[in-house]
Design a protein around this ligand. Structure first.
Ligand code: SF4
Ligand code: SF4
Length: 171
């Protein structure tokens, strides 16, 4: 998941100002009453592309990705990453769809855009769309459907798991 501008997702009350601590997703869906959030990736690739952004990658994650690609860590870092104001990021490549993550593969599955390093993708990618900036309130969650068609559909993620993913990566 490439992050472009976390603040762009956010609107409404800051989490700490909400009486429920921002955990609106524990209340139950207004239409169905179910607690938790639905999400299933459709492999559209939107979250790995778009305007210029960043995909933060830790030293440990660089090590795993380097091993996956059969590279020395230093070589991987030099070839596939760069430093941003937020930390080290995976590189992007300019395509007709926008700034694709360097590992986004639009060829392997016809009509889909898939992660070429899926099992070793960074935490930023693993935790999308359960980022604090997206979960700030119901509006930010609903608004993120504009870029992610998997939000609100498919598998019901229980409240406990939503919390774990939200608290894994601060973005
Ligand atoms: S590493 Fe994979 S999941 Fe993460 S932004 Fe790149 S292509 Fe997408
Ligand atoms: S459905 Fe959402 S998570 Fe899956 S690739 Fe599209 S934008 Fe990303």
């Amino acid at each position: 998941m490439s992050e472009h501008d976390p603040a762009a997702f956010g609107r409404g009350n800051p989490r700490e100002e909400q009486p429920d601590g921002g955990e609106w997703f524990t209340h139950g869906d207004p239409a169905t009453g179910e607690r938790g959030l639905r999400f299933s990736c459709t492999m559209c690739g939107n979250c790995c592309s778009g305007p210029e952004g960043y995909v933060l990658v830790s030293e440990l994650e660089c090590g795993a990705l380097a091993a996956r690609l059969g590279l020395e860590v230093a070589e991987f870092v030099d070839r596939y990453t760069h430093v941003t104001a937020h930390g080290r990021s995976l590189n992007e490549k300019i395509t007709p769809s926008g700034h694709d993550c360097v590992f986004l593969d639009r060829e392997r599955v016809p009509g889909k855009a898939v992660c070429g390093v899926y099992e070793d993708r960074p935490t930023q990618c693993r935790t999308w769309p359960f980022w604090p900036s997206v979960l700030r309130d119901r509006h930010t969650w609903e608004r993120s459907k504009r870029i992610c068609p998997g939000i609100g559909k498919g598998t019901l993620i229980p409240v406990s798991e939503v919390r774990v993913r939200r608290d894994t990566f601060r973005i």
